[in-house]
Design a protein around this ligand. Structure first.
Ligand SMILES: Nc1ncnc2c1ncn2[C@@H]1O[C@H](COP(=O)(O)OP(=O)(O)OP(=O)(O)O)[C@@H](O)[C@H]1O
Ligand SMILES: [Mg+2]
Length: 364
């Protein structure tokens, strides 16, 4: 989606991907190699004007190596670390005095026991790195500690289970000179830790919405990110807690393609290339986005495209990824006068792509 935004502006994009037929190949030149291949990454960096990332799998050391080689890298290694390593991020956010859930970075299973006995069970334990879509996040009861410790890898973040009223996300685009464009907060809905629905505007009192955009901008400045930053927050007792950040265009910002004057993808490019940021004016009063996730039977949503496109007002995006159960294969966005209307249109089309019967979809 970033490559598509680039094409429109006449910017040529190259991607480093082991799969020559990766989704970006539709709009970008592919250098076929793994992002963990140091030599290939160095070679890639030497051929382009600027390097950015669209996932958290790139080792921080590799980003730092590019920086040392004089390549323009955005975000830089220090900011990217905040998305790559949840333990480093939590420590940094706490040092900065930002509101975060009560947490500990556990050195051993006893540290989890001590934390849970104090904070209350169950706790939420998260792998420091490598997790996404809720993989690597576990709700842990006292008698699961040994299993959780074995599953999560070294130094997991262990935190109180927050009884949140809502989850929201704020996207910020920041340029090297510190100028920012901040989108208003969106509400996000997760199932089993994976984002399934996003809607805008988030149902927050105006003062809390302003606090959320202010908090996200504060995080962006504090970590010196260049590019798009997504700040995921919990709303609990009418207060905000920072959960985690992503230093790239994010699933919670996909609705900006249709709903705002400038999409998060274009905004990311503008920031990375140090070009003026675009307007974040909304185009309609409300929007909703539903993810299209691979079903257990492995069906390809592309086979149901015609049914989905028959839903008036639904914008369908399919990424061209081979279908796999649980994999994000696309999304649907709808704009409307109110959030419930937008949700109902987006759900109708997403249900068709997912092969969910209309009555079943209406009940879920
Ligand atoms: N401390 C907590 N208390 C309650 N629920 C939590 C907590 N931490 C995480 N969750 C739930 O699990 C979801 C996934 O957690 P988190 O965002 O930290 O991990 P992730 O797998 O990296 O997510 P992403 O899909 O954004 O990559 C959250 O959106 C939230 O719904
Ligand atoms: Mg998350």
């Amino acid at each position: 989606m970033t490559a598509l935004a680039a094409r429109r502006m006449g910017v040529r994009v190259a991607v480093l991907d082991p799969d020559p037929h990766c989704p970006a190949s539709a709009a970008a030149e592919v250098m076929v190699a793994d992002h963990r291949d140091e030599h290939a990454l160095g070679e890639f960096g030497s051929r382009v004007d600027a390097v950015t990332f669209d996932h958290e799998g790139v080792p921080v050391a590799a980003i730092a190596r590019l920086e040392r080689a004089g390549v323009t890298v955005a975000p830089g290694s220090a900011a990217a670390l905040m998305a790559i390593d949840k333990a480093a991020a939590r420590r940094r956010f706490a040092e900065l005095g930002l509101p975060v859930p009560r947490f500990v970075v556990a050195r051993d299973p006893d540290a989890i026991l001590a934390f849970g006995d104090d904070a209350g069970w169950p706790v939420v334990a998260k792998a420091a790195s490598g997790g996404y879509d809720g993989r690597g996040v576990r709700v842990v009861e006292r008698d699961d500690v040994t299993d959780a410790w074995a599953a999560l890898g070294p130094g997991p973040v262990v935190e109180e289970r927050v009884p949140f009223e809502a989850e929201v996300s704020v996207l910020v685009a920041r340029r090297r000179d510190g100028s920012t464009a901040v989108y208003p907060p969106v509400a996000t809905m997760q199932h089993d830790g994976m984002c399934v629905e996003v809607s805008w505007p988030a149902p927050l009192p105006p003062a809390l919405a302003t606090a959320a955009t202010g908090l996200a901008a504060e995080v962006a400045q504090a970590i010196g990110v260049v590019g798009v930053l997504a700040v995921e927050m919990f709303v609990v007792d009418g207060r905000l807690l920072v959960n985690e950040v992503a230093t790239r265009p994010h699933n919670t910002g996909h609705l900006t393609i249709e709903a705002f004057t400038t999409s998060q993808f274009e905004q990311h490019l503008r920031a990375v290339l140090d070009l003026p940021l675009g307007s974040v004016e909304p185009l309609r009063p409300a929007a909703a986005m539903i993810n299209v996730v691979g079903s257990p039977d492995g069906c390809d949503p592309l086979d149901r495209l015609a049914e989905a496109l028959a839903v008036a007002g639904a914008s369908v995006h399919l990424y061209g990824k081979p279908p796999r159960p649980g994999r994000k294969l696309g999304h649907v966005t709808a704009l409307a006068g109110t959030v419930p209307e937008a949700l109902s249109v987006a759900r109708a089309a997403a249900n068709r792509l997912n092969g969910v019967a209309a009555e079943q979809g209406a009940r879920s």
